[in-house]
Write a protein that binds this ligand. Sequence first.
Ligand code: ACM
Length: 757
Amino acid sequence: MKYPSVFLLAILVWTACSPSVQPEVALVPQPAQLQVKGGFFALSPATQLLRSDGGRFDAEAAFLQSTLVEMLGEEITAQAGGNVLELVYSQDLTQAESYQLEVGRDRVSLIAGDAAGMFYAMETLRQLMPADLEGEGTAPEILIPELSISDAPSIAWRGMHLDVSRHFFSMDYLHRYVDLLALYKMNKLHLHLTDDQGWRLEIKKYPRLTEESAWRTFNNQDSVCIEKAKEDPRFQLDPKHLRERDGVTEYGGFYTQEEMRELVRYAQSRHIEIIPEIDMPGHMMAAIQVYPELACTGSAGWGKVFSTPLCPGNEQVYEFVEGVLTEVMDIFPSKYIHIGADEVEKSSWEESKACQALMAAEGMSSVEELQSYFVNRVTGFIKSKGKEVIVWDDAIHPGVDSTLYVMYWRNWAGGVQNRVANNGNPMIYTPGNPMYFSRLDAQMYPIYHFEFFGSKYPEDKKHLAYGLQACVWTETVPSEDLADAIIFPKLLALSERAWSPREVHDWDGFKERLQSQLKRLDQLGVKYTYEVTKELTPFLKVDTVKQEIGVILESELVKPTIYYTTDGTEPTTASERYEGEFHVSGSVTVKAAIFENGQIQEPVLSRKVDYHQAIGKKVTYHKPWNTAYPAGDAGSFTDGLRGGNANGDGKWQGFTNDIDVTVDMGKVQELHTFSASFLQNIGPGIYMPDSVIVSVSVDGKDFEQVLQVANEVPKDQKGLVFADFAGSMGNVQARYIHVRAVNGNRAFIFSDELVIN
Ligand code: ACM
């Protein structure tokens, strides 16, 4: 009996002395170097704050104390006696924003060479404190795990965006957004302040912009939201942004200059630069509605695709733009001013006498050059005030200034990235896929694994990649809760992708740390959605030595239970359990799914995997692929990697002419079977070929037809349809295989992998 009672006493004593919360290390973004040791530091109001920073970090010290008041209930002391938390300036930490954090048993040292680095050391320290303390409660003592961190960002521009024009967001929401961005070491906030649907910034010279253009009666996007709100209250228009005027309900709002100046100061204290965007010459309908003389047509309107823009042939437009920008630059001290320049409907310029006269005088032959003239002229004005200018990638037309910073967003349009690179502009990457956050379910894998450069991106232009950013467009995001749900937790995947060096990227580790961060977000009142898809993403690794293909299955879930088959049957719990990469040879169909409580979860992955005779063999293209859908260029038909379940997955090669290629098998051999996969998706204009014709040759000159397969998929069949055009090649002896897929629709055909055995 003696032993157990002593043991019990020990537990009681330990419990009484220990704080309610235990230390955990689950940081996002993951630091560049992290070494966790065994013990902990007991932080309490008796901890002494020591300053060895020569007063450099006063603002950060105040931020730390305010964080500690939230966590401990009071500030830590200047008095000696307890353990020590010190802020240290070190001139050895020369990389901007870098820091070290040493947590020992008696001393915590936050070391930095600049204020941003010191701030990030504090945000890291905060994440080492229990998530519970982000909420209402405090603890008199907090155990901080003993560790050593050395950290620095891998990307200088780590941005988030918010469109406050399509729907308006309160000042409170913007402050909270800044706080959350800072918690995850993001350092740019791009505010899309103006667009067709509303002008949100007070401009004293043009008061009607906010008196009138900040308000609207419900538009068609609001109607979509109102309809959706019947199912999901997050789509309700926020009643705090409604007003009654002359018996009419109007929706909108704007920020006064004073409010924005205050937000800028607040963001600065959290080392976030706010970049204002005034979108021009297009997306200007809200302004043109009250100042119609700014359009060539003299009225606000809608062209073929986009709204009627400002008129670059009208000098009054430059007076307006410069008037607006002068006030904008006075409010926002940012190094950068964003002038949009995306999606400009130029038809009114073609018909405008003023524009035609300007073009003739300046020797311009196209309205695209006129757009460059406008962009360059406005850029000149902004640069004369010592600022840099940002535009969307649509602005890159012949003759445009190569010192503009370009936001690359149209990754779905061919060749844009290379066109910008060849013009020499630094690029901030906000590619629509995956960096436009719009889905409610959490698809973080593509964000976390984002690659800047495709295979055809020139090596000597890689230095032009300047930043990484995600955008939140709010056409159908009318509430703060819905914005939260779209932004979080995807922001955390972006944060780690943008901050942490590639060597420490760890998808499985991230998903586990995320679980702890979700608790923090809960406490902070963030209404995130963590509806994780049960989709599996397959990765194939072709091994030409062993003549096999390695299959890796990735998921958004933490440590999911996966079963798979390679014989085409539906997986069950009696199938092979996935424990990591497995290998297949020959042609197989891999079927795999996540299982929960023994039940198969949708969707079931089905992927043909072929180690076939033509892998790695040379393919000559007699007609080109469409540059928007290059897949893996000339190697993609014989790389062993079949296209997946989306036409934009980067594996499908797209053609707007016939496919007309010859595969060289390297030597004469017996040819048995042929198969090529095609995809139909008539929404974006992708059809099956009318037929596929295969001919073979021994010498590459005389060809003999061995196979013709006709299309059997109806041309009006909607949705994604996949079909294999396959058959026997009759065991002929040949070296060259000519493949022609007849494009009978003058639209896209998408194909992948010529499987030859
Ligand atoms: C954009 O999405 N129009 C830049």
